[in-house]
Every structure is written in C-alpha cells, then in structure tokens.
Design a protein around this ligand. Structure first.
Ligand SMILES: [Zn+2]
Length: 360
C-alpha cells in the first residue's frame, strides 16, 4: 500500500549506550524496537531524518544552566545515581543531548515540509525532567525541547522560519508528565494534556492542576484509576482530548508516546491493549489532519515490556503513514478482566475545563 503520509524516524545507536543492567529503562528497550521495525520491513517505508545533539545553549532553553552542567560533569566522572531511580552513565550526557536534538529535528523536518509526521525513537526518555532536575529515568525533557523549538524559543541555526503560536502536547504515557507540565505551566501557547494512572509515580497530575497565570486552563490532567482499558481511553480521547484540541486549534501536535499503559506492563496497572494504543494514535492522527495539516510528531517515553513496546511502535508508524486500525498487529490480545469506570473522571475534567455537552 502506498503511504498517504511521508513519515520520518530518528534514531542513533548512541541511544543504546546510556544503560544500567537490571534497570527497567535499559538499552534493550530500544534494541527490541529497532529489531521489530526491521523484522517487518517498516524502515523501508520511512524516511530516516538526520540530527545533531542539542548543544548546551539549546538545552538551556528548557533547563537551568546549573542542571545541564551537573549532568555533564557527573556523566564525565562515570556512573552515578541522580535520584533513587535515575541513573547516569559515562555516555548519558551525549545520549541525552542527542535525544533532545532528535526531538527538535523531528519538528524541524515537519515544519519544513520534509515529512508530514515524525517519530523520535529516543532514550533516555524525558517527560519527568524539570527545568532544574531530572527524575523518573529522565534527564533532559525531549518533548519540551521539541515544543520550544516550534515556538522559536531555541537558539541556534535552523530555527523555524515562522515560529508557531499554538502547540498541543498529548502525553499518554501511563505516568503523569510532571516535568513537561512544569515547563509550560504558565504558558498559554502550549496546551498540555496528560492522561495517566493515579495513584502512581509521580503522584501528581490532579484534575485541579490547571496551569497558572496566563497559562491557566492550558494544563489538562486526566488522572485515571487503575484498570482503564481500550474503551475507557477511547472515551477520554473523544470526550476530552478532541474537544479541547478543536477549541485550541493547534498548529502542531506532539505526543509523548509511552507504552506502559498496556495490561502486561510491569510498572503500572492499566488495561490497554496494542489495539487500544493504536486507536489513540489513530484519533490523534485524524485530529492533526483536521486541525494542522496532519502535522504530528511523536517522542518515545516509557514502555517496559519489550513485545508491547516494539509492536506498539511498529503499529504507531503504520498509523502515522495512513494505514487503518484494521492493519494493526496485536499478538498479545486484550485485557481479560473487567475495566474500571472512567465516567467520574471524565465528568470532573470536563467540568474543570468548561467542556459543555454541546462542545463535543
Ligand atoms: Zn511511564
């Protein structure tokens, strides 16, 4: 089938060098992804996009100087723990700078018309990285770099010819995107929507975290109880994400793509299937068609079962290229238990963000 959309991917073996044996966020995750993409010949349908690592001035568009310097210095000294679950390896500074650079290059390629969509296959992940510290396996906030790049806030060559005014980030990793939220909490140019399990690390992302100052109303949290599956997520998309996007009218959509909401993921308790992830991507894909000429960029976050992660990414690329949900691979199958009810949270979020029933 001929692709309806030219789709780019960004990858570098450097992303494998940041690793810690026995840690769930290790190099084998991305190895499994690349192996699966090759197994199914997916890379032949995609355009490989080149990129340079983010330099220190670019990283400082989202992080404070002292933190960037800290990661650089600690990494230069060898292995260390930045917190209880966030490790640094001698290759970490280079890998994390490259991950941020890849996320920015993905946006550059889409805004420049080289491709319609792109997906940055990066490690370490980024959505738990704050301006002044990293946590939750994350060092530099890749998707925040991507958004700031689109807004024209990242210095250096290759800035967008026309910076954007409205960027939407949908974070469907099972954990709250606390770092990304912090980056844009007072910024009305970025509509940040996080759909996550609660209670679960990092224990933030309540409905009443709405943004502040001029950014009030532009942070949207959907904290779901455990065991929400395909049907529940589909309702969250249709009843919250779609109407919010139509109201905001983004010029670019970004997704923090985490595959840890799957029912067999070892770190969480949700009930999504591979088909359910596919439906999320298909909905966002359609929204981007309707609202911003199909401009959609994914950045890899979590996902700790390697089969889920690798099939999930493969399915995501197929959908980004314009294939139908019917073409998705789901060898693991659906959750066999009973899904929890999503109704109370949907009602709370819709009320907090003034989504009346007529706006769906
Ligand atoms: Zn996660």
């Amino acid at each position: 089938m001929k692709s309806q959309h030219p789709v780019g991917y960004l990858y570098d073996p450097l992303f494998l060098s940041h690793t810690l044996p026995g840690h769930p966020e290790n190099h084998e995750r991305l190895e499994a992804v690349m192996r699966r993409l090759r197994e199914y010949g997916e890379l032949e349908h995609l355009i490989e996009l080149t990129f340079a690592p983010a330099d220190e001035t670019q990283l400082c568009a989202v992080h404070v100087d002292a933190y960037v310097e800290l990661v650089k210095q600690v990494s230069a000294r060898g292995r260390a723990m930045l917190g209880p679950d966030t490790y640094i390896h001698p290759a970490t500074f280079r890998a994390a700078s490259a991950a941020a650079g890849a996320a920015m290059a993905a946006v550059r390629a889409v805004l420049g018309g080289q491709v319609d969509r792109a997906f940055a296959l990066v490690r370490p992940p980024g959505h738990h990285a704050f301006p002044d510290h990293g946590e939750g396996f994350c060092l530099f906030n890749n998707i925040a770099c991507a958004a700031q790049y689109a807004l024209g806030e990242v210095p250096g060559e290759g800035r967008p010819a026309r910076p954007l005014e409205r960027v939407m980030i949908v974070d469907w990793d099972v954990h709250h995107g606390n770092g990304t939220q912090a980056m844009f909490y007072e910024d009305p140019r970025v509509l940040f929507v996080s759909i996550h399990q609660f209670p679960l690390y990092p224990m933030s992302g309540h409905v009443n975290e709405l943004g502040a100052g001029p950014g009030r109303g532009y942070t949207v949290n959907v904290p779901l109880p455990p065991r929400i599956g395909d049907a529940g997520y589909a309702r969250v998309l249709e009843e919250i994400v779609v109407p919010l996007a139509r109201r905001f009218r983004p010029e670019l959509m970004l997704m923090s793509a985490g595959y840890d909401g799957h029912w067999i993921d070892p770190l969480a308790g949700m009930a999504l299937s591979l088909t359910g992830f596919g439906r999320i991507v298909a909905t966002l894909s359609q929204l981007s068609e309707d609202l911003c000429a199909g401009r959609l960029v994914g950045v890899l976050e979590g996902g700790y079962d390697h089969d889920v992660l690798s099939y999930g990414v493969l399915n995501t690329f197929r959908l980004l290229r314009g294939e139908s949900v019917a073409s998705l691979l789901d060898p693991i199958g659906p959750f066999a238990g009973r899904e929890a009810s999503v109704e109370p949270i949907i009602r709370q979020v819709r009320a907090a963000h003034a989504l009346s029933s007529s706006q769906t």
